[in-house]
Design a protein around this ligand. Structure first.
Ligand SMILES: Nc1ncnc2c1ncn2[C@@H]1O[C@H](COP(=O)(O)OP(=O)(O)OP(=O)(O)O)[C@@H](O)[C@H]1O
Ligand SMILES: O=C(O)[C@H](O)[C@@H](O)[C@H](O)[C@H](O)CO
Length: 179
């Protein structure tokens, strides 16, 4: 495997409802590493904001990303982290803590995300905020160490693709290093 990708930690990223928690759980179990749910590290004020239908700002996310970066450093043997990681600078904050960090980007349309979020009304994240997630998202597909997957594929298929990628047995165009 390319030396750039020796780090076995994986961030499962994407907008609300893309399936980060579902795929994260499966991958952590299969890779036999701990799972960290990024949402568990949001401050109470961030949670209150989201529940109130107010999108998080860069400032709101800064301390959260710092906490996630510390978690990555505390798990040098590898971990699966679920984190929206919507902007390049957020991803770079995490990469700075764990060089060679991989990202699995779960792609889906805004309509699909809305449908999924609307189907779980008890969740902290309201459907009214889905559009802001897409407005904030910076496409990670050309970044090094990013595997992009169709979030509407069956979970088992997604999990198998991640494990193949991490274990280095399947080359993926998404692994091309950015020139
Ligand atoms: N591959 C899939 N195919 C079909 N449905 C899926 C898939 N993955 C997840 N789901 C469903 O989509 C919904 C959202 O999934 P999940 O909670 O894992 O997303 P999430 O990205 O972690 O969301 P959030 O960040 O908002 O918490 C759930 O109802 C889940 O069962
Ligand atoms: O960066 C963000 O705006 C947040 O992390 C959101 O993505 C949510 O926490 C999550 O998706 C809610 O379910």
């Amino acid at each position: 495997m390319n030396d750039r990708f020796k780090n076995t930690s994986v961030v499962v990223m994407g907008v609300a409802g893309c399936g980060k928690s579902s795929l994260g759980q499966l991958c952590a179990r299969t890779l036999a590493v701990p799972l960290l749910e990024g949402d568990d590290f949001h401050s109470p004020s961030n949670v209150d904001k989201m529940r109130a239908g107010i999108a998080l700002s860069d400032d709101d996310r800064a301390a959260w990303l710092d906490a996630l970066a510390r978690q990555l450093q505390a798990h040098p043997d590898g971990v699966v982290l679920t984190c929206s990681a919507l902007k390049l600078r957020y991803r770079d904050r995490l990469r700075a803590a764990a060089p060679g960090l991989r990202f699995v980007f779960l792609e889906l349309t805004q309509e699909e995300a809305r449908e999924r979020v609307a189907a779980r009304p008890a969740h902290l994240f309201p459907v009214s905020l889905v559009a802001s997630q897409f407005a904030t998202l910076e496409d990670p597909r050309l970044e090094a160490g990013v595997l992009s997957l169709d979030a509407t594929r069956p979970l088992e298929e997604l999990g198998a693709a991640v494990v193949r990628w991490v274990q280095g047995s399947a080359a993926s165009p998404a692994m091309e290093v950015r020139p």
